[in-house]
Design a protein around this ligand. Sequence first.
Ligand SMILES: C[S@@+](CC[C@H](N)C(=O)[O-])C[C@H]1O[C@@H](n2cnc3c(N)ncnc32)[C@H](O)[C@@H]1O
Length: 411
Amino acid sequence: MKFQPGEQPARLKRGDVIDLEVTAVAHGGLCVGRFSGQVVFVRHTIPGERVRARVGDAPSHGRFVRADTEAVLRSSPDRVSPPCPYAGVCGGCDWQHVSLAAQRQLKASVVREQLARVGQEDPTRWLDLVVEPVPGDDEGLGWRTRMRYAVDARGRAGLRGYRANDVVPIDTCLIAAPGVRDLQITRRDWVGRKEVTAVAPSASTAVAIPDARPGVAKVREVAADRVWRMDATAFWQVHPGAADTLVGAVREVLNPRGGDHLLDLYSGVGLFAGALADDVGEMGQVDAVESDAVAVRSARRNLHDVPQVRIHGESVDRWLGRGGVQHCDLIVLDPPRSGAGKRVMASILQLRPRAIAYVACDPASLARDIATAKRVGWRLSSLRAFDVFPMTHHVECVALLEPQAPAGHLT
Ligand SMILES: C[S@@+](CC[C@H](N)C(=O)[O-])C[C@H]1O[C@@H](n2cnc3c(N)ncnc32)[C@H](O)[C@@H]1O
């Protein structure tokens, strides 16, 4: 139903069409507006615009509805013509209609807002935060070296729709790295498969792995002055400029010294452990903890020649809970999207490290874990944000946490 000015529905429902002012950006690639008092999260718009939007999802709690833009009634100067013909149809990109510079400003706003609202930071503290491009950035396109395609009942590979299970047929994805595009996944027959993962590594040929089965292909990456061999299904940073950038940012804030004992928690194939092992030297020690058996095998192979590194194939919470480590000097914390959580945060803070470098792909989880640390006397000392997922709402942060008081004086 389309509402005329002055006409107000009791409560918005699916299919309603509304005109509204878009006032702010929200986490998740959405913007916020209000319609007769109700909060509306709108996709494919920009703060400052006036849009006509169709309500998609109207949860029964009534606190908000989700809507998608049907027409832009007053356009933002940051609006651009999306480079990709599937923008707005496939669920992968959120910000194709926004200039790259403005995308980065929107992401910085989201990080700031999460830190203020959830992380209890002073809202004025991070006003100068910028989301930095990483080396290899090519107008935000051609960066995705790992892509998961969904396969429909007829064996055609495509991408998932937004918050949907349907498979959107596509020809080429413009954010996919050239090596991924060359595999021509969407032109091949995948009948009988549920999904296909395409991997285009920096130092070996691109591979397609049906149904994410480990053991099908090995790939090689080069980062932090090492060659990394891994099963193609193991975690690796997706943007070709991400691994070196994050290692550099972590090294800069942690400043490891010879002889330090460092923990690399959620260590994947051992990127940070291997990179920082030289910094702590053979008099130091690095404990790397990772639960994915496939990544652990790759890490052991990659770092077998670095005696100061020990790899533990276990979940971080269980490993910490066993109490094998009473103290450490530095921690790299690089959890999945859900963050570290209260228990892990409590355990690592008790180890009284000098500093924790928290590498975060979700600013909301990061902010929650920062709040946990602040409650027991820690502070957020520095923060950088990187645009390793251009065109999408995702952003990677490297946050430095340090004790307010010198180690050993915490309550
Ligand atoms: C964001 S990735 C980081 C990997 C690595 N630090 C890197 O940059 O390549 C998170 C890693 O945590 C692992 N993981 C997820 N939950 C875990 C848990 N509870 N305990 C240990 N590792 C976990 C995943 O398998 C994945 O390898």
